[in-house]
Design a protein around this ligand. Sequence first.
Ligand SMILES: *[C@@H]1O[C@H](CO)[C@@H](O)[C@H](O)[C@H]1NC(C)=O
Ligand SMILES: *[C@@H]1O[C@H](CO)[C@@H](O)[C@H](O)[C@H]1NC(C)=O
Length: 546
Amino acid sequence: MKVLSLLLAFVTFPLAAYAAFGYTDNGSEYVIDSGASLVIKVSKTNGDISSMVYNGVEYQGYSGRNTQVEAGLGSSTVTIEQFSSPAPIIKVAVVYKSLKHYIVVRSGNDNVYLFTNKGDDSVAASRYIVRLKGGIFSHEETESDYIDSSETVEAHDILINSDGYTKSKHYQGSNYGRVIDFDYVGRSTDSVGVWLIRSNHEKASGGPFFRSLVCDAGPETESLYEIYFYSMGHTDPQRFGLQGPTVLSFTGGEAPNSALFAQNADWSWIDTLGIDGWTTWADRGWISGVGISGMKLGYEYTVGLSNTDAQYWTKVSSGAAWMIKHVLPGTYTLTVYKKELEVFTSEVTISAGKGSAMHTITLNDDPADVNAIWRIGDWDGTPAGFLNFDAEPMLPTYMHPSDGRLSPWKSGNFIVGTSDNNTFPGYMWTDVNNGHLVYFKLSKEQYTSAHTIRVGLTEAYINGRPQITVNEWTSKLQTASSQGGTRSLTVGTYRGNNVVFSFDVPASAWVQSTSEWQVLKINVVSGSTGSGYLSPAISFDCVDMI
Ligand SMILES: *[C@@H]1O[C@H](CO)[C@@H](O)[C@H](O)[C@H]1NC(C)=O
Ligand SMILES: *[C@@H]1O[C@H](CO)[C@@H](O)[C@H](O)[C@H]1NC(C)=O
């Protein structure tokens, strides 16, 4: 009876100027009014958000699908609770098997705070997906994740349009890039902005340079994603536990409030809401450092913390102090990255509610510090500078390697001292451009001694690894490196585990002449098979001889 009269009140006075903060139960959904300009409905059956009305306009859903964890949870226990302290707040709790999901709305602002606590692997939940009506936000045909075709190139999720542009929800390099590069994703018009502000990713996976899908659209669809754990190109073990808040924020068209960004936010008001898995704000610790010595000009450096429970990072400027805040207590591996290459590691322990200080870190593990007889590329943990990777953003991070906008991968032989680095292929596949030749000459002093040829990789696909021949000499077969799961190079990422293969070439391998060419052949080998751009492959960071 009470439900019905509330409903009637709503139907009778739909134009009420001042909406009050609160919720009603319409029978199948909880109807939550932010008290500002947003009204959402949450399904009492499974926790889906089935309606998002901002300033009287519905933005939720396409093809009958809702905004939800993954493709939607099954039948769940859904409860609602209203708090008056520390502010008027409504929390919906959704329990589905071992997964707990929370949807929180705070009086007077148009934000929906989302949390997901994945207890174990029994529930498939790799992401939260905001589904918006298509056609509201404009898109260019050149956008790599704007799907305007149904002709596939590889799997069902990579397409090619009539102009020959390859497209995929995986291709984010042109807009967003790596996790460290963006705070939020979303779309806007003159009158509305719909934004998904990512969480700090402490329980996500892949580190600061992880590349994954974050949004996509088509003429009738528009999706925003928060990735909890995604199987493509992931290199970490999956972390379980509470992720969030991820903030779905509506604005009048302007960018979202930067106070909601993971690196700035103060989430202490969440402490008393009974969110399972939440560590109170005061129980988190921090680490700070006075500076880093040995940083090279022209590179961005990052300090990261990682253990099996959590991950964090911050960028570091030359000569400046640094700090990573709001860290879960624990012992972590601290890594300093030169661009994306690990150049220092140590172990640190963070205690609850306490800070830990580090003296100047002296970088000690940069392969570029070793003088090379010759070097192709740059030790930075990326294929930047090589063929097809000499523009920013790097083309293969937002198109399929078969895309016609790329240069042919089978480029000419590389002549040390003459060829530009951007003629050496950044990726090599057994089926596409195997057996690249490098020509160089040695002095008498050089060809009378053994040398080491180092091949640095950022990722390898289905156990691809380099094998080399030098003139008549062939290297031994190496064991494969540990790399990211499922696809990588074809879904817009070269980001795997950096690894260096070192080949000790004996003096007897060299042509005993200063005028004749020494010929190095680099092959990809693997015990696994695949064809074309899904054949065994490697992504180069740098190749040199020391
Ligand atoms: C409750 O909301 C849902 C979702 O918008 C809607 O489909 C349903 O008809 C509503 N129920 C009533 C009784 O209005
Ligand atoms: C190629 O890269 C190496 C190492 O970074 C550099 O020393 C060399 O000058 C580059 N070659 C050309 C032709 O730019």
